[in-house]
Design a protein around this ligand. Structure first.
Ligand SMILES: NC(=O)c1ccc[n+]([C@@H]2O[C@H](COP(=O)([O-])OP(=O)(O)OC[C@H]3O[C@@H](n4cnc5c(N)ncnc54)[C@H](O)[C@@H]3O)[C@@H](O)[C@H]2O)c1
Ligand SMILES: *[C@@H]1O[C@H](CO)[C@@H](O)[C@H](O)[C@H]1NC(C)=O
Ligand SMILES: *[C@@H]1O[C@H](CO)[C@@H](O)[C@H](O)[C@H]1NC(C)=O
Ligand SMILES: *[C@@H]1O[C@H](CO)[C@@H](O)[C@H](O)[C@H]1NC(C)=O
Length: 422
C-alpha cells in the first residue's frame, strides 16, 4: 500500500517541483501522510491479538517503517535545499558606474534617522556600510537590505576605533531621546566625544568627507527665537540633559579642531525634532507620547501649560537635507528642521483628531530644563543647500500613526501588558 502510493507521489513531485512554494506545501503534506501511516501501523501492531500473525508480519512492517523514515528524511533535506534557493527580493537600486558609486559609512545606521538615510543611499546605488551597537537601533530597521551586494552591517561600538576604507561618513551614532541618553550619561558622553574622535580620525586617515549629526539641543533653552546658526546657546552644563547637549557641543568643537589641524572635509547638521515611521515608541518626546496615548484611548498628558512650542520635521525631509549638505561644499553648521511652529496643545489636538477615540487632554507639572521654545531659522539651508521641508504635519502624522498602530499590535501580541509605558 505504501509502495503504490509512493509511485503516485513521485509523479506528483515531478509535476509540482516547478514551483518552490508548491513543493514545500506538497512535501509537508507527504510528511504528514507518512507520519499518519507510521502511527497507524504501530496502532494496529499494538492491538492485534493474533500474536503469531504479528510476529510473522513484524519484520516486513519494520522494514516498511524504516523505508518510510528514510524517505521522510530525504524529503526534509530536499525542502531545506529548496528553501535556501528562494532568492530574497530587494527594492530596486539604481545602477552607478564605479566612478560615481561611493562607499559610505553610516554610524547609527540601524536607528530611526540612520535607517531612512541608508534607504536613500542604497536606492541611489551607493555601497553602504552600517556600524551600530544596537543600543537604540534594531536590525529590523535595515533587514530589507541584509544580504544585498551593496550593503554591509557591522555590529560595532564606535567608542572603539574602526578601520575601513570609505569615501563618506555620516556620523549619526548616539542615543537621541532623553530617556535613552539619560539612562547612561557617561556612555552618552563617550559616544559623542571618543566616538566622534574615532570617526574624525577615520575620515582623516582615508580622506573621507564626514557629516556630523549635531542637534538643536546645542542651543539649550534658547534666549533668541528662532535660532540661527550664529546663536551660541544657553545650556546648563550640569543639568540632566547636559550629557547629550554638551556631548554634541564637544563633538562640534572636535570637528572644527580636526579641520584646523588636519584639514578634514566636514559637514555639521544641527538637527531639530524629527518624527516618522521607525521612531521609538518610548522615546519620551511629544509626538510618540501623544500618538500612543491616543491609540490606547488614554488621556494625552501635557507637561506644563502647553503653550511651549515645538517644530517637527518629517524624517524624509531631514534625510534629503543631510544628503544635500554632504554633497554641498558648505562646511559651517547648518540647521535642518521645520520652522512651522505648533504649540504642544496644538499637537495634542491634531493627533487626537487624527486618531479619533475619546481620549481627553490633561495638564501635569512641567519637567526640569524643558526648553520653552524651539524653532529653526533655516535661511542657511535654503541659501546654501537649496533645501526646505516639504512634508506637512497632517501628512507626516498620518504615516506615523499608521506605523505606531502596527508597532502597538506587535507589542501587544508579545505581552500581557496592555499599556506601553510612557
Ligand atoms: N531624531 C531626532 O529628533 C534628532 C534630533 C536631533 C539630533 N538627532 C541626532 O541624529 C542622530 C540619529 O538619531 P535617531 O533619532 O535616529 O536616534 P536613534 O537612537 O534611533 O539612532 C541612534 C543609533 O545610534 C546607535 N548607537 C548609539 N550609541 C552607539 C555607539 N556607541 N556605537 C555604535 N552605535 C551607537 C544606536 O544603536 C542607534 O541605532 C543622533 O546623533 C541624534 O543625536 C536626532
Ligand atoms: C582628499 O579628498 C578631496 C576631495 O574630497 C580631494 O580634493 C583631495 O585631493 C584628497 N586628498 C588626498 C591627499 O587624496
Ligand atoms: C560651492 O558650490 C556652489 C554651487 O553649489 C558654487 O557656486 C561655489 O562657488 C562653491 N564654493 C566653493 C568655495 O567651492
Ligand atoms: C497637507 O498636504 C496634503 C497633500 O499632500 C493636503 O491634502 C493637505 O491639505 C495639507 N494640509 C495642510 C494643513 O496644509
Amino acid at each position: 500500500m505504501l509502495d503504490t502510493g509512493w509511485f503516485c507521489f513521485v509523479e506528483m513531485v515531478q509535476i509540482v517541483s516547478r514551483s518552490n512554494t508548491l513543493v514545500i506545501l506538497f512535501v509537508s503534506f507527504v510528511i504528514c501522510a507518512l507520519l499518519y501511516l507510521i502511527n497507524k501501523a504501530f496502532w494496529s501492531l499494538q492491538n492485534y491479538n493474533n500474536y503469531d500473525y504479528v510476529m510473522q508480519r513484524a519484520p516486513s512492517l519494520k522494514k516498511d517503517l524504516e523505508d518510510a523514515e528514510a524517505r521522510v528524511a530525504h524529503l526534509e533535506q530536499k525542502v531545506t535545499v529548496l528553501e535556501s534557493q528562494i532568492p530574497k527580493k530587494y527594492p530596486d537600486v539604481k545602477f552607478l558606474n564605479y566612478k560615481r558609486k561611493k562607499k559610505i559609512l553610516v554610524t547609527g545606521g540601524a536607528g530611526f534617522v540612520g535607517s531612512h538615510l541608508v534607504d536613500k543611499l542604497m536606492l541611489n546605488g551607493h555601497e553602504v556600510v552600517v556600524a551600530d551597537n544596537f543600543f537604540t537601533g534594531r536590525k529590523q530597521n535595515v533587514e530589507h537590505w541584509i544580504g544585498h551586494q551593496n550593503f554591509e552591517l557591522l555590529h560595532h561600538d564606535i567608542v572603539n576605533p574602526l578601520y575601513i576604507e570609505v569615501d563618506q561618513i555620516y556620523h549619526l551614532a548616539s542615543p537621541a531621546s532623553p530617556p535613552h541618553y539619560m539612562e547612561n550619561p557617561v556612555k552618552t558622553l563617550k559616544t559623542n566625544t571618543i566616538g566622534t574622535i574615532n570617526m574624525l580620525g577615520l575620515a582623516k586617515r582615508v580622506n573621507a568627507t564626514i557629516l556630523i549629526a549635531s542637534t538643536s539641543e546645542v542651543y539649550g533653552d534658547p534666549e533668541v527665537h528662532p535660532q540661527s546658526e550664529m546663536y551660541w546657546g544657553h545650556v546648563n552644563p550640569i543639568g540632566p540633559r547636559a550629557c547629550y547637549d554638551e556631548g554634541k557641543r564637544v563633538a562640534e568643537t572636535l570637528t572644527y579642531s580636526y579641520v584646523k589641524m588636519e584639514h578634514v572635509q566636514v559637514r555639521v547638521a544641527r538637527i531639530f525634532n524629527t518624527y516618522g515611521p521607525r521612531m521609538h515608541m518610548n522615546d519620551g518626546r511629544v509626538v510618540s507620547n501623544f500618538i500612543l496615548q491616543a491609540l490606547q484611548g488614554i488621556d494625552l498628558t501635557i507637561y506644563g501649560s502647553g503653550g511651549q512650542t515645538r517644530s517637527f520635521q518629517y524624517v524624509s525631509d531631514l534625510v534629503d537635507g543631510l544628503a544635500a549638505l554632504m554633497e554641498s561644499n558648505y562646511t559651517l553648521p547648518v540647521n535642518l528642521g521645520n520652522p512651522t511652529e505648533h504649540t504642544i496643545e496644538e499637537f495634542a489636538t491634531i493627533i487626537k483628531q487624527l486618531v479619533g477615540g475619546n481620549s481627553k487632554i490633561m495638564h501635569v507639572a512641567a519637567v526640569e530644563d524643558d526648553p520653552q521654545k524651539r524653532k529653526p531659522d533655516i535661511t542657511r539651508a535654503k541659501q546654501y543647500l537649496n533645501w526646505e521641508p516639504k512634508v506637512n504635519l497632517t501628512k507626516g502624522l498620518k504615516k506615523t500613526v499608521e506605523y505606531f498602530k502596527q508597532e502597538l499590535k506587535l507589542f501587544k501580541s508579545d505581552t500581557n501588558k496592555v499599556d506601553v509605558e510612557l
